[in-house]
Design a protein around this ligand. Sequence first.
Ligand SMILES: O=C(O)CCC(=O)C(=O)O
Length: 286
Amino acid sequence: MNKQSTMTEPNPRDLYRYSTLAPILPDPTALDEAQVAAYHRDGFLAMEHLLSMEEVETAKAALSDLIYGRVPDYTGVSPEAEYREQWDTMTPEERAHVVRRVIFFVEHEKRLQVLALGQKINGVLERLMGEPCHLIQDMALLKPPFVGREKPWHQDMAYFAWGPPEKIIGVWIALDAATAENGCMHVVPGTHQAGPVPHVHKRDCQLPDERVDVEHDVIVPLAPGGALFFSSLVHHGTPPNNSPQGRWALQFHYAAQSAYTIDRSQHQELYHEDEQYAGCRFRNAK
Ligand SMILES: O=C(O)CCC(=O)C(=O)O
């Protein structure tokens, strides 16, 4: 028996630590120059109360309309992998219990477009990036009770055809209470400073488990309306939801005005191993 076949797959929850809390600002008015510097040092900035409860409820109602098929011509809803084969035969109610991702909706859903393009998010982005930013990706990530799987540790830059990495930024907004139990965000502070790390296909397109500094993982629990702003290079992931509480979140990505699109060879300059392409964006492209 070779060594490989004796190795067991890790339990995804063991690849996270739950003991160290990230610093979280009480609200956006606490954002000052020291916090901007902390964002650049740590690769993330978390704050409660970015959105009001009314905005959270509006976003959830808009997402429900997308998920239940009430928005004509919208096809951006996808399930957890193990439900893909059944998806076409499921009722809207059945689908709603297994949705993992809702993507590219701002052109279809004015209520979500208003949030994504609004001053609450963009005001913070401009403080962090020092220049205006524009939306490059919009999605919602759901972890249904007991069904939501892990999103393994990764760098978002591995997925983006934009550069340079320091000019791309993600905003993750809790629409339900995001907790240790239902799969809130985890980050390893400062990891953006070491640059791109080759990604592999394992449980997803992800950082190799052994390249994650799990001991320095900090957990980012957030109340509904709380937000995490994070660098496209910071290592982050979410464990599975083994709890009875669902977890909905919005995730928008923005590029600064000075950012530009990049092609496969430029992406390979960032993500390569042994001269092979090691990103996620162009893996199947020639
Ligand atoms: O919300 C999640 O579970 C994972 C979000 C994330 O890290 C991503 O999609 O890049």
